[in-house]
Unconditional design. Structure first.
Length: 210
């Protein structure tokens, strides 16, 4: 074998050796790359995975309401009203005595009571009278008439509250009769020895012959 052939053989052997080493390195690199891709995919898959479903809280059953206790009904009141009044004092005797005293005082004080001539002991009597004026037109025509008046004679004998009860002929002598009687005085009526106000009916006659 010549030196040239030996050199070529050595060069070829080196090239093959380098190619084998390079292939081995590439194989190792490819394995590591596939492992890295698997880890990356696993990581991505872990991040994208949805969260686990939430557990539903257990619902507790609602407690049943306790039955209400019925309160005992009050007993109806007794139908006998006298049974519950024993031992009570209403003081009716003292109350009745006071009423009797007040009633006696009220009946005894007759100064403010207006009575009638039928209910008094002594009726009032005219003490001072004034003759009414005769209307000129009625005198000229010869007209006569009568006016019945209601008078209130006070305990002092003076005339108060004169009212016309009736008149004949109507409206001719009324004003003249009232004006005259308002000036009259009476002896006041008495009841049980006390003077009392009395309602009196007094007729006033208009006659040309008098």
């Amino acid at each position: 074998m010549t030196a040239a052939r030996r050199a070529l053989f050595a060069l070829a052997s080196g090239l093959f050796g380098m190619a084998g080493v390079a292939g081995l390195v590439m194989a190792m690199n490819s394995g590591s790359l596939s492992q890295d891709e698997g880890e990356a995919r696993a990581a991505v898959a872990f991040e994208v995975a949805p969260p686990p479903p939430k557990k539903k809280p257990k619902t507790r059953p609602k407690p049943k309401p306790k039955p209400k206790k019925r309160s005992a009904r009050p007993r109806p009141p007794s139908l006998n009203p006298v049974a519950g009044l024993s031992g009570l004092d209403f003081g009716l005797e003292a109350f009745g005595t006071g009423m009797d005293d007040d009633l006696n005082q009220l009946l005894g004080d007759v100064s403010n009571v207006v009575m009638t001539t039928d209910s008094v002991d002594d009726p009032p009597r005219p003490q001072r009278t004034v003759a009414p004026e005769y209307p000129a037109r009625a005198r000229k025509k010869g007209t006569t008439g009568e006016v019945r008046l209601s008078l209130l004679v006070g305990i002092d004998g003076r005339v108060r509250d004169v009212r016309v009860l009736s008149s004949e002929p109507p409206g001719i002598f009324d004003q003249y009769a009232v004006s005259a009687v308002q000036q009259w005085t009476y002896t006041p009526a008495t009841y049980e020895g006390e003077p009392v106000a009395t309602r009196v009916t007094q007729p006033i006659v208009f006659d040309l012959g008098s």
